[in-house]
Design a protein around this ligand. Sequence first.
Ligand code: SAH
Length: 416
Amino acid sequence: MRAFIQHERAPAKREVSFRAVTAAPTPLPTADAAPRDLRALLPDELTAWVKAAGEPAYRAEQIFRWLHGRGVETLDGMTNVPASLRTALEQAHPLTPLAQDVVQTAHDGTRKLRFRTHDGRAIEAVLIPDEDAARNKLTLCVSSQVGCAIDCAFCATATLGFGRNLTPGEIVQQIYEATARAGRRPTNLVFMGMGEPLHNLDNVVRAFTLLIHPWGAGFSPRRITVSTAGLVPGIAALGQLSPAPNLAISLNATTDEVRDDLMPINRKWPIAELMRAARAFPLGHGRKVTFEYVLLAGVNDSDADAERLPRLIKGLPAMINIIPWNPFAGPRFKRPSAERIRTFQEILRKHDVQTYIRTPRGDDIDAACGQLAVRGRPDLVPAPRKPRRTAPDLDRPGDADPSQASTWPPPAPTTN
Ligand code: SAH
């Protein structure tokens, strides 16, 4: 039997400090802030380095293609790059590895990939083939942080607490490793794995920039979706990018009272402010904002909720993804009945809202939305976190209690 974590929820009134994410956004990190990992260097930065090393500029393109087009793990494979240049690069910008560890396959073909970071943290990404094979769609759900600081009451990742931000290199490596594992490139990338992408804005933006560059993987920005719990300044910063990714917002409630309780971040940026940010997000032709709505029985699934939702998004090109709650041990929630889910959707449809029910994918291996918490094998269960008394202090990311982070190798499982 799995030793699941029984965690206590923090009290309803939580102290929230989100100053870090209200700071003036930097849409594109400057060269000064460039991390040293070679994989994190943007084409311009790589070109500048190559030139400074006395090599022709085209070397930058060659190197970038190896790293981001072919997804090489080491510099050894760069056969058309002189050995002396490889050695110099290795010294100036060592590659930080992300080791693929465990792969689990669900009955529906969904695969959960677990990775180990260089400093022993565990993170997960999920490969989700379309249920309709004819569509040939393959979605990859990637993580942006080790654990998460946002503390949504219904989410398994929240039980880990906050570990650290993933680097741009670690973010893109999830995609390259998953591509190698799947034998094909994902058609869609969604930042809906562990973590809050807009709490790691610079690194996520840098990863996005690397992923869409034609020298590398060359993803269309329209095939990349960043999902947020509602960090309003981050949404504005994302909207300043050109091109920008798709925006998804985890709304999950139609009143501040309920949302405050489910998502402490709502105390900082309540629904009205969140909707203002959504409306200000620039949408290109045919683009829509996706609203995710985790359906929780008796909490946010009433007819009144379904009637309020269309009013909230009125006039906004939007669609609503209803996500029936995926269970994990611990919290007080229940998934609504199939009948309730259908009725909820019918009310939305009656108001001409475009809406889908996201069927749980990979839930038999804890790979479905909100289930990523580095579990699934008894020997890989992380330590249960201490119940927090206050919401996390996002001003000092990285200062999180290390005992609450996901570590590697994980400590022995706790039995209930
Ligand atoms: N932090 C980001 C991305 C990660 S969560 C965000 O909040 O959007 C990805 C999606 O999973 C969110 O829409 C979230 O509301 C949903 N989710 C979290 N826990 C869930 C659960 N147990 N069941 C179903 N959906 C869940």
